[in-house]
Design a protein around this ligand. Structure first.
Ligand code: DP6
Length: 327
């Protein structure tokens, strides 16, 4: 106990998405999901449990955390309960990309927090238990624990829902060109948005063919069948957004720029370029391509959106500890 610990965790991009919970308290997802960790959208977090500290102190990118403070404290409470300690914690986090803009900052954020806090509390958990614990902070974050390409098992209890690595990070060299169109924060968080999922007439329909989608995406990754993979991830993103858009009240995360980029991607593809989009809860877009097309994709995006920030990513490993503490 009383050691300082630091972890670095990647964002993961979901190819088959998690949208809707079958148990809100346990954060059990309505369906399985498949993702890939990415190497350039990262959160670094240092945690220290300090005797005598009056309250948890949480600093993110140099400022005290205001939005989401309770959720972080609740997660620290889970770690304290596991470690049978009651000291409050000093937590300092750095994100190298804008938060709350649809780039899954809660995934890298809660994965880094979990690994750092568990180590700081002096307990040792295997990867499955780390993923289970991380899931309770933010669902998609449990996929940032194992390496490479991951599958989150939906499970039917708190102990059976966690993510496992299905292919290592060097299995398939594909690229995720993240296009940050704007850093404007979204109005409705993923947690709030997901509460509406059952109000969409398309949600049950979506669940019915989920098993086929999961089986197919695993097969395409195994075979490195880029075009079948790309078509499936793009139609999956559109399907999830169809559920969001048809929820009541409707959830429309796209901006006109998002739609413009989607149309361009479809046109570039019709001209022979192998590129597909996927989008989470925000205006920003992930463009998936092969290494040989990465420069071309970046150049085309720059020609349409000269102001956009573009971050290219490769498949990556999951959350890890580091000795480079932030305080
Ligand atoms: C659209 O994991 O952020 O990115 O469990 O409530 O924290 P909570 O939700 P969150 O939802 C992610 C939704 C998504 C799809 C995905 O990453 O699978």
């Amino acid at each position: 106990m009383n050691t300082k610990a630091t972890a670095i965790a990647p964002v993961n991009i979901a190819f088959i998405k998690y949208w809707g919970k079958k148990d809100e308290v346990l954060r059990l997802p309505a369906n399985k999901s498949i993702s890939m960790n990415i190497d350039n959208l990262l959160t670094t977090t240092t945690v220290e449990f300090i005797p005598g500290l009056q309250a948890d102190s949480i600093t993110v990118n140099g400022s005290p955390l205001t939005k989401g403070n309770d959720r972080v404290i609740a997660h620290l409470d889970r770690v304290r309960a596991l470690a049978s300690i009651d000291e409050k914690a000093k937590v300092v986090s750095k994100f190298n990309f804008p938060m709350g803009t649809g780039l899954s900052s809660s995934a890298s954020g809660f994965a880094a927090l979990t690994v750092a806090a568990v180590n700081a509390a002096g307990i040792s958990l295997n990867q499955q238990d780390l993923s289970i614990l991380t899931r309770q902070g933010s669902g998609s974050a449990c996929r940032s624990i194992p390496d490479g390409f991951a599958e989150w098992l939906d499970g039917d209890s708190g102990e059976t829902s966690y993510a496992i690595s299905i292919f290592p990070s060097d299995w398939w060299d594909i690229r995720d060109v993240v296009v940050i169109l704007t850093s404007q924060q979204k109005e409705v968080t993923s947690t709030e948005g997901q509460r509406l999922h059952t109000t969409s007439p398309f949600f049950d329909q979506r669940l019915q063919h989920m098993k086929t989608k999961i089986d197919s995406i695993k097969q395409y990754i195994r075979q490195k069948d880029f075009h079948s993979f790309g078509e499936l991830i793009e139609s999956e993103a559109l399907e999830m957004h169809a559920v969001m858009i048809t929820s009541r009240p409707p959830l429309l995360y796209w901006t006109p720029e998002t739609l413009t980029l989607m149309k361009h991607v479809m046109r570039w593809r019709s001209e022979g370029l192998g590129v597909y989009f996927t989008i989470n809860t925000g205006q920003n877009v992930h463009l998936i391509c092969r290494p040989k097309d990465e420069d071309k994709v970046v150049q085309l995006v720059q020609s349409v959106f000269p102001e956009a920030t573009i971050i290219s990513n490769k498949p990556a490993n999951g959350a890890k500890t580091t000795l480079n503490h932030l305080f």
